[in-house]
Design a protein around this ligand. Structure first.
Ligand SMILES: [Cu+2]
Length: 765
C-alpha cells in the first residue's frame, strides 16, 4: 500500500516547502498533495497568498482559493475536506495565472461563456464566435494554438469553424479552477501548442471529515435582461470519508442580444446544457475518479459565420488515478470524448438549406510521474497519447443543381491525427533563493485522410488533385523549456524562461481541399467572412519564446502584489495564409483590399512581443468599512510576420481596473474595462480596424444563511462598441445579390453587448 514513510514525508515537506516559494501561482503540488497528512495540516494560508486572483467581489478569502477544495461560494461546509491527493498538480512558472472557482461563479452572473474567463488572465482575450463558444487567445495567438484540457481531457475541433471548442463543454459554474500557462511553461504541462495551455478542473472531490455522511447541494438560477437570457445551474455532492459522488451541470438559453445603440445583433441566440457526474474513491495515498457527462446544444447562432450550429451532442468518459508513494507522485488519466455536430441555418436571421455534419472522437491517456530524486531534486517524466478521428460530410440538397447535388460532399474523410508525447523534466531547488526547471519533450504527430469527393462534376478537378497525392504526414516535434527562478528576499521574485514549443497543423489546415467559393466560405474559425483552403505541405509551427517575470509582494503576502512579464516570441513557420492562387481562385482575389477574399494556409515566420502586468492592493481592511481591494491588469501585444504583414486577431492594448469591497454579508464591485483602438490589422485577410472603448460594470450581492442574491449591471452606460476580435458581421449588413437573395457587405465588425441587468439567486443546502 502506498504510504509516506517518515523519510519520504520529510522529503515531501521539504520539497513542498521549497515549492511554496513559487511566486504568483497556485501551488497545488503541496504538502497536502504529497503526503497523506490530514487536511487540517495544510498550510493553506501560506499556499494561498501569492496567487494573482482577479477575484470578483464574492471571492472567498484567497486562502480558500488555492487549496484543492472547490470554490462554490456558500456551498462549502466545514465538515467537508478535499482529498489528500490533489486532483491536479504540476510545475508552475511565474507567468502562470490561476483563477479560482469563485471567479468563474462571479463571471457567471454576466455570461454563460466559459472562455470569457480567459479575459481575467493578463494577456488573455477571446475571439468572438457563438454566445457560449468563444475561442481563447493568450499573448496574441488563439484558437487551437491554445491547448485546453478539461480534467486532463483534450477535445479537438469537430467543425470547420471550430464551433465546439473545449471550453464550450463546461458551463462557467462547473469550473472549480482554471489555470493558464503561457509560452514558457515547463514541458510537463503539455505539447502540441504554442500560445499557452489552459487547465480546467471541474468537480474536484470532497470527502466527509468524520463518520457522518456529507451532503451538499447548490441550485441557482439567473436572468440577464440583454438577450432575455435565463438558466439554472446545480451541483450536489454526497460523500463519506472515502467515497464521493458529485453532479455538476446546468442549462441556459438566450435570444439575440442588443448592442449599445439598441440594434439587435442577429444570429447571437443560443441554448446549451452540460452535465457531468463524477465518482471518486480515496484510500491512503490513492485517489480514483471516474467522470461521465455530456452536452446538448440544440441551436447556437453565429453572426460572424455563414452557418449556424443546429445541433451539438457530446458524451465523454474520463478516468483518473493519482497516487502518492515513497518515491513521489503518480498521475494518470484516460479519456474518450465523442462529438456529433450539425450545421445549418437558424431562421429568420439566416434562411437556406445546406446540412453539414461532423463526427469527431478523441481518445487518449496521460501518465506522469513526479519522482523525488533527492532533497533538492524532482524529476518528472511522462507520456501521453491523443488520437483524434474526424469525418466531415455535407449531404446533397435536392433541386440545387450542380452546386450542391447530386452527391454528398466529403470534406474530411476518415481524418486521423494521432500524437504520442514523451517528456522528461528536472526541477532543482539549489537553495532557498535559486530554483531551475529544465525539460525536453518529443511529440510525434501522424496525420492522414481518405479520398474525397464534391457534390458534382464541378468539384472534380480539385478532388482529383487532392486524391492523387500522398497525404500522410508524420511530424517529429521537439520542445524544450528552461526556467531560472531567483527569490532573493521575502518581497521579490524573478524568473527568466526560455522555451521552444511546436504545434502541428490541424486536419482542416492540411486537408480542406475545395477551391470552390461556396466550399471555401464554409472553412475557417476566424470569423472574418473569408474562405479557406488547406495545404497538405504545411510544416509544424515552432515558437521560440523568452520571457521574464518580476514579482513583488508584501512579506506576509496579504496586502499587495504586483507582477510584470515582458516576452518575445519568434515563430518559425507560423501557420498563416496567402491569397488563394490555385484551382478556382481568381486573379482579382490576389489584390482585393476591401472585400472578403479566399485564402490558403501557408507557413510564414512571425514574431510577437508584449508585456503583461497585474497587481492588487488592499486599500483598507477594518471593522467599520470592511475590506476594499484594488486590482488591475494590463496587456500589450504586437504580432507581425517577418515580411511585414500583421498577424490576425491580435488584441489591442487593454486594461482592467477594479475595486472589490466586502463587509459582513455584503459584497460590492466596480470594474472598468479599457480597450485601445485596433489599428494594426492583417492586410492579407482584409481585417478591419476597431475603435477604442471603455466599459463600466457594477455588481452587488448579499448573503443570508443559505441564500445569496447577486445583482449586476454590465456596460452601465450602454456604450456601443465593436469587438476587436469579433470578426466580421455577416448577418446585419447585407446587400441584394445578383443571384437573388443577399450577401454580406464587407467592412462591418460585430457590435459588443449593450447594457444588461443581471441577477442570480443561489440556494445551498
Ligand atoms: Cu460547425
Amino acid at each position: 500500500m502506498p504510504s509516506v514513510s517518515s523519510a519520504g514525508l520529510s522529503r515531501s515537506l521539504l520539497l513542498s516547502t521549497s515549492l511554496l516559494s513559487l511566486p504568483l501561482a497556485t501551488v497545488v503540488f503541496s504538502a497536502a498533495s504529497l503526503s497523506s497528512a490530514p487536511a487540517s495540516a495544510q498550510t493553506a494560508s501560506r499556499l494561498s497568498t501569492i496567487v494573482v486572483d482577479p477575484a470578483r467581489p464574492r471571492a472567498k478569502p484567497r486562502a480558500r482559493a488555492t487549496t484543492a477544495s472547490p470554490q462554490r461560494g456558500p456551498v462549502i461546509r466545514d465538515a467537508a475536506v478535499p482529498p489528500p491527493v490533489a486532483p491536479s498538480s504540476g510545475p508552475v512558472s511565474a507567468s502562470t495565472t490561476t483563477l479560482p472557482g469563485s471567479t468563474a461563479v462571479a463571471r457567471s452572473l454576466g455570461t454563460s461563456d466559459s472562455a470569457s474567463l480567459v479575459t481575467d488572465i493578463p494577456g488573455g482575450a477571446v475571439w468572438g464566435a457563438g454566445g457560449v463558444s468563444s475561442l481563447p487567445a493568450l499573448n496574441g495567438v488563439g484558437a487551437d494554438r491554445v491547448q485546453v484540457a478539461i480534467n486532463s481531457m483534450l477535445i479537438s475541433p469537430a467543425c470547420p469553424n471550430e464551433m465546439n471548442p473545449p471550453l464550450s463543454f463546461v458551463n462557467p459554474q462547473m469550473i472549480a479552477s482554471m489555470r493558464a500557462y503561457l509560452g514558457v511553461a515547463p514541458v510537463s504541462v503539455g505539447g502540441d501548442y504554442i500560445g499557452g495551455k489552459i487547465d480546467v478542473t471541474t468537480a474536484p472531490p470532497l470527502f466527509a471529515a468524520g463518520p457522518s455522511l456529507l451532503t451538499t447541494a447548490t441550485v441557482s438560477g439567473f436572468y440577464r435582461s440583454n438577450g432575455n437570457a435565463y438558466g439554472a445551474d446545480a451541483r450536489a455532492t454526497i460523500a463519506n470519508q472515502d467515497t464521493s459522488v458529485t453532479y455538476t451541470g446546468g442549462w441556459a438559453r438566450s435570444s439575440n442580444y442588443k448592442a449599445g445603440n439598441g440594434m439587435t445583433v442577429k444570429s447571437t441566440l443560443w441554448e446549451v446544457q452540460n452535465h457531468a457526474v463524477s465518482i471518486s474513491r480515496q484510500s491512503a495515498g490513492n485517489l480514483f475518479t471516474l467522470q461521465v457527462g455530456g452536452q446538448f446544444i440544440p441551436y447556437q447562432g453565429y453572426v460572424n459565420q455563414y452557418m449556424d450550429m443546429v445541433s451539438n451532442r457530446s458524451m465523454f468518459v474520463n478516468g483518473r488515478y493519482d497516487g502518492v508513494f515513497d518515491w513521489g507522485k503518480l498521475e494518470t488519466s484516460a479519456f474518450y470524448h465523442r462529438i456529433r455536430h450539425t450545421m445549418g441555418f437558424i431562421a429568420p436571421d439566416k434562411v437556406a438549406d445546406m446540412p453539414m455534419d461532423t463526427r469527431g472522437t478523441d481518445l487518449g491517456y496521460n501518465i506522469k510521474a513526479s519522482v523525488i530524486a533527492s532533497d533538492h531534486d524532482l524529476i518528472r517524466i511522462g507520456n501521453e497519447t491523443h488520437a483524434y478521428r474526424l469525418d466531415d460530410w455535407w449531404d446533397p440538397v435536392p433541386g440545387s443543381g450542380m452546386m450542391m447535388s447530386p452527391n454528398t460532399f466529403i470534406n474530411i474523410n476518415d481524418g486521423r491525427r494521432t500524437r504520442l508525447g514523451t517528456f522528461v523534466e528536472w526541477e532543482r531547488h539549489w537553495n532557498p533563493e535559486w530554483t531551475t526547471v529544465f525539460g525536453l519533450r518529443n511529440d510525434v504527430v501522424w496525420m492522414g485522410t481518405g479520398n474525397v469527393q464534391g457534390y458534382s462534376a464541378m468539384y472534380a478537378a480539385d478532388a482529383a488533385r487532392f486524391n492523387g497525392r500522398d497525404r500522410d504526414r508524420t511530424d517529429v516535434n521537439f520542445d524544450g523549456s528552461a526556467l531560472i527562478r531567483y527569490t532573493p528576499n521575502a518581497i521579490s521574485q524573478f524568473e527568466l524562461g526560455f522555451a521552444r514549443k511546436t504545434r502541428s497543423p490541424n486536419l482542416y489546415e492540411r486537408y480542406a481541399w475545395s477551391t470552390s467559393a461556396m466550399a471555401m466560405n464554409m472553412i475557417g474559425w476566424f470569423g472574418d467572412g473569408n474562405g479557406y483552403v488547406g495545404n497538405v505541405d504545411l510544416k509544424p509551427e515552432k515558437a521560440h519564446t523568452v520571457s521574464f517575470t518580476a514579482a513583488w509582494h508584501d512579506p506576509a503576502q496579504k496586502l499587495w502584489e504586483i507582477r510584470v512579464t515582458p516576452y518575445y516570441s519568434y515563430v518559425q513557420d507560423y501557420i498563416d495564409v496567402n491569397r488563394c492562387a490555385i484551382g478556382s481562385c481568381s486573379a482579382a482575389n490576389l489584390t482585393a483590399s476591401n472585400s472578403f477574399v479566399f485564402l490558403q494556409f501557408a507557413n510564414h515566420d512571425a514574431e510577437l512581443y508584449g508585456v503583461n502586468l497585474d497587481g492588487r492592493l488592499t486599500a483598507w481592511d477594518n471593522a467599520a468599512y470592511g475590506r476594499g481591494v484594488l486590482r488591475g491588469q494590463f496587456a500589450y501585444v504586437h504580432g507581425r510576420r517577418t515580411d511585414g504583414i500583421n498577424l490576425y486577431h491580435v488584441m489591442p492594448v487593454n486594461a482592467k481596473l477594479a475595486l472589490d469591497h466586502e463587509i459582513g454579508g455584503w459584497v460590492n464591485g466596480i470594474e472598468l474595462q479599457l480597450v485601445g483602438a485596433k489599428t494594426q490589422v492583417s492586410e492579407v485577410r482584409n481585417e478591419t480596424t476597431t475603435s477604442a472603448y471603455a466599459l463600466l460594470n457594477l455588481r452587488t450581492g448579499y448573503r443570508w444563511e443559505n441564500v445569496r442574491l447577486d445583482v449586476g449591471v454590465d456596460n452601465v452606460f450602454d456604450k456601443y462598441y465593436t469587438l476587436p476580435l469579433g470578426g466580421a458581421d455577416l448577418v446585419d449588413y447585407r446587400a441584394a445579390s445578383m443571384m437573388g437573395g443577399s450577401s454580406p457587405i464587407w467592412g462591418y465588425g460585430v457590435p459588443g453587448m449593450g447594457r444588461s441587468f443581471n441577477t442570480r439567486l443561489t440556494v445551498s443546502f
